[in-house]
Ligand binder design. Sequence first.
Ligand SMILES: [Zn+2]
Length: 115
Amino acid sequence: MAAGTGNAIARCRIRKNDTVMVIKGRDRGKTGKVLRVLPGTGRVVIERLNIVKRHSKPRGTASPGGIVEKEAPLAVSNVMVMCDRCNAPVRIAIKVAAGTATRVCRRCAEPLGNE
Ligand SMILES: [Zn+2]
C-alpha cells in the first residue's frame, strides 16, 4: 500500500503564498495569493477571491452583526499556479535533484519561487 512514497508531494503542488489563477467558477481568470492550504480537503483559501457574504446576527457588543465578507475555500483543481516568468497560469512539474524536490514550471522549466 505505502509503496509510492512520492505521491504526497505530487498531490498538493500549491503552497501558501503562491500566486494562483482561478480557472473555473465565478472568479475565473482572477489571480490572488494563497492564504491557506487546507490539508486533507484539497482546498485553498485565496486572498480576496471566492468571497462569500455572511449575514450575521448581532451577538452582543463584540459582534454587531451585519454582512461580513469572507474568503471561501476553493478546490485546488480549480486553480493553477502562476509562473512569474511566463506571466501565465502553468502546470507544474516536480523536479527531484539531490534528494530535494523543486517545483518547476512545465512551460519554461524555471523553478517557481516560494520554495
Ligand atoms: Zn514559466
